[in-house]
Write a protein that binds this ligand. Structure first.
Ligand code: URA
Length: 209
């Protein structure tokens, strides 16, 4: 059976457990070849809020869970300060396998390309179908592209709740790793404050609905 035939025959997973298994067997693009494992989304099936990152980093690839590395620690702090309990949130990524390049012995993050984002949207649609979040928060440009199916300029759209073409609502903000890349303390403080404000907007929206 060809890969296409296998994929066409593949049953759409109807539970988060089945989804995790299917993602781990995914061959929709080549990223699985170089990653340790797929990193599935995790959180309650009835979560009102879904946070979507870009792709697993080095730590997540080894651990098998999303946002457990440095960007995850920034996210956890901001969620806590925004009054959002991470255990009540479904946390996932636009792309489920870690894309990287080797620099000596180090694995350096590489941005997924549009083909990889589009291939992985299949899984995001199933996550959305199963969880039916009131709001998706797209963390950064890759997640925003995955959700809106087009290129998004973060600063033009951030912080607003916008309906998504195939149902549901989404809010775009920065990716927490952006905060880790800023050099100046003052910029870090300002941008962290804006990120926090976006999360507070998201919480207010789901609390109201
Ligand atoms: N960055 C992401 O986008 N997702 C993770 O899970 C970790 C870092």
């Amino acid at each position: 059976m060809t890969l296409l035939e296998q994929q066409l025959r593949q049953e759409t997973p109807r539970s988060l457990k089945a989804l995790r298994e299917a993602e781990n067997a995914c061959r929709r693009c080549n990223l699985y070849r170089f990653a340790t494992q797929a990193v599935p989304g995790e959180g309650p099936r009835d979560a009102s809020l879904m946070l979507i990152g870009e792709q697993p980093g080095n730590d997540e690839d080894l651990d098998g869970h999303p946002f457990v590395g440095p960007a995850g620690r920034v996210l956890d702090k901001a969620l806590q300060e925004a009054g959002i309990d991470r255990k009540q949130v479904f946390v996932t990524n636009a792309v489920k396998h870690f894309k990287h390049e080797m620099r000596g012995k180090r694995r350096l993050h590489k941005r997924p390309d549009p083909g990889e984002i589009d291939a992985c949207r299949w899984w995001q649609h199933i996550e959305r179908e199963l969880v039916k979040p009131k709001l998706m928060v797209a963390l950064g440009a890759t997640a925003a592209r995955s959700v809106f199916e087009r290129v998004i300029t973060i600063h033009k759209m951030r912080g607003c709740v916008v309906p998504v073409r195939d149902g549901g609502n989404a809010l775009v903000t920065i990716h927490p790793s952006y905060l880790l890349r800023l050099r100046e303390e003052r910029d870090k403080r300002t941008e962290y404050g804006r990120f926090l404000a976006d999360l507070i907007t998201a919480k207010a929206f789901v609390d109201r609905m």
